[in-house]
Write a protein that binds this ligand. Structure first.
Ligand code: HAM
Length: 426
């Protein structure tokens, strides 16, 4: 088959009408959760200063090192298509003085993100995320509430075998010491690591824990664990998180090597995935954690934060295998059929009159066969057809046809909308 000249860019895709109902369902659930748990909507620009991500997400991360779409503007500045939402939201929090509002601030978002990754199943260069963030509260109860929001949302979408992977990666007190222990462990096994991990060993040994190479994972499986080296405050925080999980009967799996691919995390980190064959293929549906140092790193007052984000395409892939019910808006009760140029023009006026009083009407203005139009009126189950033929258009009248009884009445054009209002009320 000959390839079309134009195709969507590699790793980027169209969201076709048939997929919109999934997007809508996810959006509606996000809104429902946000209203219940009192999160307010925020949207930040698609482009941000490149430095926001190199500082916020971290120089040594794959995202900053390999995956950012960065442009030089005509003015010589560097802008980047946002690869994630947390750094931009904390930037907005600082920029708009939101620390002066009652804390914590609970924010949610829903939009496209960009990462120049190698395209593969469930991994795109433009993908959609929704996220929930709580800024200005350090208590462990917030970590649990954030995870609960995502867990409940996925449950509502009929996800069954959800696994919440949990870990703590400590804070600036205890992590540097752990990094040293880890570096020494890996240094003794450097020859068994991939070339990338050799570099990671010098830059940030924690990143080795995240490596997907089989030979590195073998070495990682025996590595020291952060959980055994937490300072007292991080230890207490994580213990309380686990106690809240037990209180809520929320299932979790301790994942001592979960570090996540972004540098801003402190203390709790988590990922949610579906334990099924398809679920393993798409990877994590949600990822997040606490980021108590991010506001300070971005130049604001030290402010704790915690949040997470879900990949909408990954959820959608798995949703398609589930029996979900979608609410469908009912078809309009009125169908407007027309014949001839003058009637077409008058039909446009009628459609506008109905719109103003919020009565939905269906039409096929592009069609010319009256029979085909009335067939459509039948198919969608319209109660009435308004027929504007050439004769009626010239005389300033409209035929109202009751589709059930077949009875037809002629009314004046100006009276048609009023008459329909009356009939629909009966
Ligand atoms: P993340 O783990 O990089 O975290 O992304 C969150 C979720 O977005 C992933 O679990 C996955 O479902 C989806 N995702 C990521 N990259 C892709 C991709 N290339 N294609 C399709 N889906 C993808 C963050 O972005 C953090 N900002 C989350 C967070 C919020 N942490 C604290 N607050």
């Amino acid at each position: 088959m000959k390839k079309n000249k134009f195709q969507s860019p590699t790793g980027m895709h169209d969201i076709l009408p048939e997929d919109q109902k999934y997007f809508r369902k996810i959006y509606e659930l996000c809104e429902e959760m946000a209203n219940f748990y009192e999160f307010e909507r925020i949207e930040t620009p698609i482009l941000e200063d490149t430095e926001l991500f190199s500082r916020g997400v971290g120089i040594g991360t794959d995202i900053v090192e390999k995956q950012m779409f960065t442009f030089k503007t005509r003015g010589g500045d560097y802008l980047t298509l946002r690869p994630e939402g947390t750094a931009p939201i904390v930037r907005a929090y600082i920029e708009h003085g939101m620390q002066n509002l009652p804390q914590p601030l609970k924010l949610w978002y829903f939009g496209p993100y960009f990462r120049a990754e190698r395209p593969q199943f469930g991994r795109y260069r433009q993908f959609w995320q929704f996220g929930f963030e709580t800024i200005g509260e350090e208590g462990p109860v917030i970590d649990v509430q954030i995870i609960q929001v995502f867990y409940n949302l996925l449950k509502e979408l009929k996800f069954k075998n959800l696994v919440v992977a949990l870990n703590s990666i400590g804070c600036s007190q205890c992590r540097p010491y752990f990094k040293k222990i880890l570096a020494s462990y890996f240094r003794n096994r450097e020859s068994s690591l991939c070339a990338d991990c050799g570099r990671r060993l010098r830059e940030n040994p924690l990143r080795i824990l995240d490596c997907k190479e089989e030979k590195c994972q073998m070495v990682v499986s025996q590595a020291p664990q952060m959980l055994d080296h937490l300072c007292e405050s991080c230890h207490r925080h994580f213990k309380e998180v686990l106690e809240f999980f037990d209180d809520l009967s929320l299932p979790y799996a301790l994942s001592p090597y979960l570090v996540r691919g972004l540098d801003y995390y402190t203390k709790t980190v988590f990922e949610i995935s579906e334990d099924s064959e398809e679920g393993k293929k798409v990877g994590a549906l949600t990822g997040g954690g606490r980021y108590d140092n991010l506001a300070r790193i971005l130049g604001g007052k030290p402010t704790p934060g915690c949040g997470g984000a879900s990949g909408i395409e990954r959820i959608l892939i798995l949703m398609k295998g589930k029996k979900l019910r979608f609410s469908q808006s009912p078809f309009p009760k009125i169908f407007l059929a027309q014949l001839g140029d003058l009637a077409k023009r008058k039909s446009l006026i009628l459609v506008e009159e109905f719109r103003k009083i919020r009565i939905p009407v269906s039409e096929s203005l592009g069609r010319d066969s009256l029979k085909a139009q009335l067939n459509r009126a039948n198919r969608i189950g319209a109660k009435f057809a308004l027929i504007l033929g050439q004769k009626e258009a010239l005389e300033g009248s409209v035929i109202i046809k009751d589709m059930e009884t077949g009875r037809q009445d002629l009314v004046k054009f100006e009276k048609a909308v009023e008459e329909m209002k009356k009939r629909l009320k009966k």
